[in-house]
Write a protein that binds this ligand. Structure first.
Ligand code: GLC
Length: 560
C-alpha cells in the first residue's frame, strides 16, 4: 500500500524545471527557440535529473505579455512549431521518464482572441458573457492593478462594445468570466485536450484572480469560488488520476492554504511557496536563519497528498511583496540596490548568481536549502549553470534571456544575428563566454556538475520529500539553519550556514544513542571522519562560511 502511494504521488519528490520553448534552443536559425530545438536538448534535462518539465505558454499569441496573452488555448504558436512537433517532444520526454505540465492561463485571454472579438462586437454575441462587462466601473470593485507601471485601472472602456471590461492584468488581457457555465465548460475542454495529448497536469496561472471574477463582483449571487476549483480538480482527477494542478497563489499563508482545499486536498495539488521564498531571501540578505525558520514554522501543512512547490527564482519579477517595507528595503539593498534592478516597487529583475556577486559557495548554499527544505524544488531554466540577467531587456524579460549552451555567438542558442534573437543574451561576467552548458558539462567542479550530483542525492533521500521535518535548535549561532527529516525509521539531517563566518554547532539529535554516526551525503563539514554523537546525544559540527552538509544517521556500531 505505502509503496504504491509513494510511486503514485510522483510530485512529492519531483524536480520540476520551468522553461520557455521560445528561449531554450532554436533549431532553424530564425532566432526563436522551438519545439524541435527543445527535442534536441531533452537529454540535457534528463542528465541533469529533472523529472518534470513545466512549459511556459507556447500557444498562439500576439506576445504582448510573453505569451501569457493567448488567442487560442488549443493551439501551438506557429513560430514555435506545430502540434506534431509538440507531440514528438512529449513522446521524447516520456521516453526519458520525464513528465510535462503546461501553463493553464485562463484568468484572461488576449484581446485578439476570437471570443473577445465576438464579445465586443455585439451584446447579443454568445461570447459576450465570456467576459466581465459593466456600463460603469463599480466603485467598490476589486482594487489593485498587477502592473502599476502600465495600468491605473482594472476597467477599460471599449468603444466597440460601449461598455467597460475587467482586466486584472494588462488592458489587452480581458478577464474571462468564470461565473459563466459556458466558460467553465470551455476551460474543462482545454484541460481535457492537453491531457489527451499526454501532459501530467497544469501550472495554473493567477489562481486567486481566476476565482475572483466570480467572487468579487456579484458575490451575493454566486457560489463559493472554491467550489469551482474543486470542480476543476475533480474533473482533472476523473480524466487523469496522476495529473496535478500546481497553482500560482501569491498570498499570505492562511489565505494560501485554502487553495489546497480540505484535509484531503480537493483543490490545488500543489501551491508555490511564495512567502517562504521571500523569507529565504531575507535570511540570505541578513546571513541569519531566523526569517527562514519562522516562515517554515508558520507555513501550514499541505494536505497529505498535496505538497508545497519551493523555488529560488521564477520567470517573473522576484516578488518581495509579502515582506514588510523595511525588510524589502533590506533585500533590495543587499541584492538589487540600483533602481534599474527593481520592478513595480515590489520585486527584483535579477537572478541569484549576480545578486550574490557570483559567490559559488553561497549559491550552492541557497540551492542546497532548496533541495532539502520540505516542498518540491522547482527550477527556472539556466539556474543549473548559474545564468544571470540582462538588465537591458525590458521589465521581467531581463531574466528570460536565451539559454546559454556554448561560448559561441548567441550562446549557441541560435545561429541568427543578435538582433534577431528572441531576447538579448546575457552580457559580461555571466555571459556565454563564462557561463554555458558545454564548458560546464565536462568540468566536475562546475555548477552544472554540482546540480547533477545534488539532484541525484536529493532523489536518494526520500526523507526530505516525504518525511517529517523538524527544525533543530542551534544555540549560539544565528546563521545556522539545521533540520532533520524522518521517514520510516530513517533520518537525514541538513545543516546550513547562512553567514560568511565559519560556525560550530552542537546539534541535538533526539532519539539518537551515544555513538550514533552521521555519514556525509553532500556538502562538507570540517571533520574528516563521520560525525558521532556524544553522551549528551548531541553532535558537534563545524562549517565554513556559507558551508552546508547533508548527513545520514546510522545506528551505533554494535558493541560501541
Ligand atoms: C502570471 C504569470 C505572469 C503573467 C501573468 C498574467 O502572474 O506568472 O508572467 O504576466 O500571470 O498572465
Amino acid at each position: 500500500m505505502r509503496l504504491a502511494r509513494t510511486a503514485d504521488l510522483w510530485w512529492k519528490n519531483a524536480v520540476i524545471y520551468c522553461l520557455d520553448v521560445e528561449t531554450f534552443f532554436d533549431s532553424d536559425g530564425d532566432g526563436r527557440g522551438d519545439f524541435r530545438g527543445l527535442c534536441q536538448r531533452v537529454d540535457h534535462l534528463h542528465e541533469l535529473g529533472v523529472t518534470c518539465l513545466w512549459l511556459m505558454p507556447f500557444y498562439p499569441t500576439p506576445d504582448r505579455d510573453d505569451g501569457y496573452d493567448i488567442t487560442d488555448f488549443y493551439g501551438v504558436d506557429r513560430r514555435l512549431g506545430t502540434h506534431g512537433d509538440l507531440v514528438e517532444f512529449l513522446r521524447l520526454a516520456r521516453d526519458r521518464g520525464m513528465r510535462v505540465i503546461v501553463d493553464l492561463v485562463v484568468n484572461h485571454t488576449s484581446d485578439q482572441h476570437p471570443w473577445f472579438r465576438a464579445a465586443r462586437s455585439s451584446p447579443d454575441s454568445p461570447y459576450r458573457d465570456f467576459y466581465v462587462w459593466r456600463s460603469e466601473p463599480p466603485p467598490d470593485g476589486p482594487s489593485g492593478v498587477v502592473f502599476p507601471d502600465k495600468e491605473d485601472s482594472l476597467w477599460q472602456y471599449d468603444d466597440e462594445a460601449g461598455e467597460y471590461y475587467l482586466h486584472r492584468f494588462y488592458k489587452h488581457q480581458p478577464d474571462l468570466n468564470v461565473a459563466s457555465p459556458a466558460v467553465r465548460d470551455e476551460i474543462a475542454r482545454v484541460m481535457g485536450f492537453w491531457l489527451e495529448l499526454g501532459v501530467s497536469g497544469f501550472r495554473v496561472d493567477a489562481v486567486p484572480f481566476l476565482l475572483e471574477t466570480a467572487g468579487a463582483l456579484d458575490a451575493g449571487d454566486l457560489p463559493d469560488p472554491h467550489d469551482y476549483l474543486r470542480d476543476l480538480r475533480a474533473f482533472l482527477s476523473r480524466r487523469a488520476g496522476e495529473a496535478v494542478l500546481l497553482g500560482e497563489v501569491n498570498l499570505p499563508y492562511p489565505d494560501l492554504r485554502r487553495f489546497f482545499g480540505d484535509e484531503d486536498g480537493d483543490e490545488l495539488t500543489m501551491c508555490f511557496d511564495f512567502p517562504g521564498m521571500q523569507s529565504l531571501y531575507l535570511a540570505l540578505a541578513r546571513g541569519d536563519a531566523a526569517p527562514l525558520a519562522t516562515a517554515l514554522r508558520e507555513r501550514p501543512a499541505a494536505p497529505k497528498d498535496g505538497h508545497w512547490a519551493t523555488f529560488v527564482r521564477n520567470h517573473d519579477e522576484l516578488t518581495l511583496d509579502k515582506l514588510s517595507d523595511d525588510e524589502r528595503a533590506e533585500v533590495f539593498a543587499a541584492f538589487g540596490p540600483d533602481p534599474a534592478m527593481q520592478l513595480y516597487g515590489r520585486g527584483l529583475r535579477r537572478r541569484l548568481p549576480s545578486m550574490l556577486g557570483g559567490d559559488q559557495a553561497r549559491l550552492r548554499l541557497a540551492y542546497s536549502l532548496l533541495f532539502t527544505l520540505p516542498g518540491t524544488p522547482t527550477l527556472f531554466y539556466g539556474e543549473e549553470i548559474g545564468m544571470a540577467e540582462n538588465l537591458a531587456a525590458e521589465g521581467r524579460l531581463a531574466v528570460r534571456t536565451p539559454m546559454q549552451w556554448t561560448d559561441g555567438p548567441g550562446g549557441g542558442f541560435s545561429t541568427a544575428a543578435p538582433n534577431q534573437l528572441a531576447g538579448p543574451v546575457v552580457e559580461g561576467a555571466f555571459g556565454p563566454a563564462n557561463v554555458n552548458v558545454a564548458t560546464q558539462r565536462d568540468d566536475p567542479e562546475s555548477l552544472l556538475s554540482w546540480f547533477t550530483g545534488i539532484i541525484r542525492q536529493y532523489r536518494r533521500c526520500p526523507e526530505f520529500a516525504w518525511g517529517t521535518c523538524v527544525i533543530l535548535d542551534c544555540p549560539g549561532s544565528s546563521a545556522a539553519f539545521a533540520h532533520r527529516a524522518d521517514l520510516d525509521g530513517q533520518t537525514v539531517v541538513a545543516v546550513h550556514n547562512l553567514g560568511k563566518e565559519p560556525i560550530t554547532v552542537h546539534l541535538p539529535l533526539a532519539g539518537a544513542d551515544r555513538g550514533t554516526r552521521l555519514a556525509t551525503l553532500a556538502g562538507a563539514h570540517q571533520a574528516t571522519d563521520d560525525l558521532v554523537t556524544g553522551d549528551d546525544g548531541r553532535v558537534e559540527l563545524s562549517l565554513d562560511g556559507y558551508g552546508f552538509c547533508w548527513l545520514r544517521v546510522r545506528p551505533p556500531h554494535p558493541g560501541g
